[in-house]
Design a protein around this ligand. Structure first.
Ligand code: IMP
Length: 174
């Protein structure tokens, strides 16, 4: 177990629920018919499950896993594909569902490899964004909350694989 613990709630369960429901309707409005969501594991698992439950109509899902941080709180800049998709993207309206955009390196990599699979449209939804940390200019069409440069955990996000189970988003500190 790490010595860092979540010591301040940044976003409560209520705040997250309300915003995720708004995002679901926004995405549905933009894609009323065909919609294929791709969740980036592991961080986006909770966001995805709340997002689809708040979304009316038909939607298909797939999962991919990448690792961008080995351990700790700084980006290595290296992105590794751990699990690829199972369903083809050709001609589909695809939305990547990601927990957080920080430096933007992970999403830039993902968007590049998914665009090469010829989706009709490719958009990205992130629950959180830390714009002050951006190293590359990556396009994210749907953002839940913009936050300051602080390391956060909970609601799927981890520190050294801990705290993903928290129902809220908290800041970790010593
Ligand atoms: P990026 O490539 O720097 O944009 O980083 C994206 C990935 O880094 C996310 O998918 C997270 O897994 C991780 N990450 C970035 N910031 C945080 C944070 O504050 N808490 C937990 N994970 C984070």
């Amino acid at each position: 177990m790490s010595e860092l613990t979540p010591n301040e709630i940044l976003l409560s369960e209520d705040q997250i629920r309300t915003r995720v429901a708004e995002m679901a309707l926004e995405i549905r409005r933009d894609f009323p018919d065909d919609l294929h969501l791709i969740a980036v594991l592991k961080g986006a698992f909770m966001f995805l499950s709340d997002l689809v439950r708040a979304m009316p109509g038909h939607v298909s899902l797939d999962f991919m896993a990448v690792s961008s941080y080995a351990k700790g709180t700084t980006s290595s800049g290296e992105v590794r594909m751990l699990k690829d998709l199972e369903i083809a993207l050709e001609g589909r309206n695809v939305v990547i569902v990601e927990d957080i955009v920080d430096t933007g390196l992970t999403l830039t990599y993902l968007q590049e490899i998914l665009r090469a699979r010829n989706p009709k449209q490719l958009r990205t939804a992130c629950l959180l964004s830390k714009p002050s940390r951006r190293q590359v200019d990556v396009k994210v069409e749907y953002i839940g909350f913009t936050i300051e440069d602080r390391f956060v955990v909970g609601y799927g996000l981890d520190f050294a694989e801990q705290f993903r189970n928290l129902p809220h988003i908290a800041v970790v500190g010593p």
